[in-house]
Design a protein around this ligand. Structure first.
Ligand code: HEC
Ligand code: HEC
Ligand code: HEC
Ligand code: HEC
Ligand code: HEC
Length: 253
């Protein structure tokens, strides 16, 4: 990797080792979410626990959550909630606002607890251009069932329609930027090596930071992340990208 072994060990692997089998054959680092003592379920339901890894400009889930209505109310009402409720009988009365776990993992009001965090997802949001997952329908239904414990069907449907509209618009913008890079490559105006020219960093940030942020913000209720950290940057960076591409072409002529 371009940044060297030391950066991989204390960077990438600190967050990414979570999915690997342990020596005893069990899957995942349980202690990434559960501590080694009794308050363990409570800890796993805390947004900050997931936010150890799910933060920063390329996956701003913690920041988006904090900004969302859910996060704001959670932070104000946390001490009145029963975060240590038994997972088998967790109710809306125990946790009247959702944390990351509630939407992605918990068995609130009779839903089944899952440790497969992909089970309730419908899109590959982290991809440059987002497409439906093969389990789109099932993922969507299960997530909507979780929302349905607290919201009406029409509220939830409206929310997902709006989020999908942001996704479609973001895909269009990312495709436009991608075409500029691909045309430069086709005309041999970029070196074959990745990450050795400024425009390659700009393109990477384009989808990896701003495109993702807009989509994640839309699906988790973070308006500022859809707009100022997302769409505004997509607009500004596309202008920059086009100007850089023109300069590269002018320079080559
Ligand atoms: C702060 C924790 C953190 C660090 C450090 C980190 N990642 Fe990630 N990475 C994540 C999270 C969280 C996701 C899931 C993003 C999502 O789905 O929104 C992710 C997603 C990815 C993905 C896309 C999903 C997949 O499984 O294909 C790739 C590829 C990736 N990371 C590679 C890397 C590499 C390479 C490094 C080191 C240069 C790195 N990451 C460093 C947390 C991290
Ligand atoms: C990504 C974070 C995460 C990881 C990693 C994780 N858990 Fe969990 N686990 C949770 C959450 C969140 C809950 C509580 C769900 C809820 O709100 O009811 C939970 C609940 C549980 C429960 C109670 C479920 C029930 O039905 O009573 C057990 C047992 C458990 N985890 C064991 C494990 C073991 C063993 C591992 C490692 C192999 C592990 N967990 C890894 C987040 C995690
Ligand atoms: C130790 C770091 C870490 C912690 C803690 C963590 N995650 Fe993750 N999570 C990741 C990484 C890395 C990925 C990227 C998936 C991969 O490639 O393994 C990921 C992926 C995901 C995904 C997307 C899966 C996909 O297919 O795109 C969801 C949803 C998720 N995590 C939710 C949670 C929740 C909820 C919690 C807390 C209960 C949590 N995570 C705690 C590191 C972490
Ligand atoms: C109100 C419910 C809700 C809460 C709370 C919530 N999420 Fe999500 N999350 C969603 C929805 C909905 C999606 C988009 C699912 C889809 O259709 O693919 C999503 C998407 C994600 C993804 C993106 C996977 C990808 O494809 O890139 C990750 C990772 C994730 N959430 C982690 C978290 C973390 C970490 C927290 C807490 C800091 C959190 N979520 C809080 C509902 C929620
Ligand atoms: C455990 C209960 C709970 C769950 C689960 C839940 N919410 Fe909420 N949600 C709330 C509460 C409480 C509020 C704050 C309502 C208020 O007083 O304004 C809220 C507010 C909202 C708001 C902003 C205000 C509004 O009413 O428009 C949106 C949007 C929203 N939720 C969408 C969702 C979506 C989408 C899901 C599922 C992915 C979901 N919620 C899951 C409890 C929940």
């Amino acid at each position: 990797m371009l940044e060297g072994e030391a950066a991989i060990a204390s960077g990438c692997e600190t967050c990414h080792s979570i999915g690997k089998p342990n020596l005893d054959g069990s899957i995942g680092t349980c202690t990434a979410c559960h501590a080694r003592h009794q308050a363990s379920i409570e800890l796993a339901r805390e947004p900050e626990t997931c936010g150890q890894c799910h933060m920063g400009p390329d996956h701003s889930q913690l920041e988006i959550y904090r900004e969302s209505k859910h996060g704001v109310i959670y932070n104000a009402r946390r001490e009145h909630m029963n975060l240590s409720a038994d997972p088998k009988t967790l109710t809306v009365a125990d946790m009247p606002v959702p944390t990351c776990a509630t939407c992605h993992m918990s068995g609130q009001e009779g839903l089944a607890v899952t440790h497969d965090v992909t089970e309730r997802l419908s899109y590959w949001l982290f991809a440059p251009v987002s497409e439906q997952r093969p389990t789109y329908r099932q993922g969507r239904d299960e997530m909507m069932r979780a929302c349905g414990n607290c919201h009406s069907q029409s509220h939830t449907e409206r929310f997902f329609e709006q989020a999908e509209a942001v996704l479609t618009a973001t895909n269009d913008k990312v495709r436009e930027a991608q075409a500029i890079i691909e045309e430069l490559r086709a005309d041999n105006l970029l070196t074959p090596a990745p990450f050795d020219e400024p425009i390659e960093f700009l393109w990477f940030d384009y989808w990896h930071y701003f495109g993702r942020t807009a989509k994640h913000g839309a699906f988790m209720g973070g308006a500022d992340y859809v707009q100022w950290h997302g769409n505004y940057e997509l607009l500004a960076k596309l202008v920059e990208l086009k100007e850089m591409a023109e300069e590269i072409r002018a320079h080559a002529d």
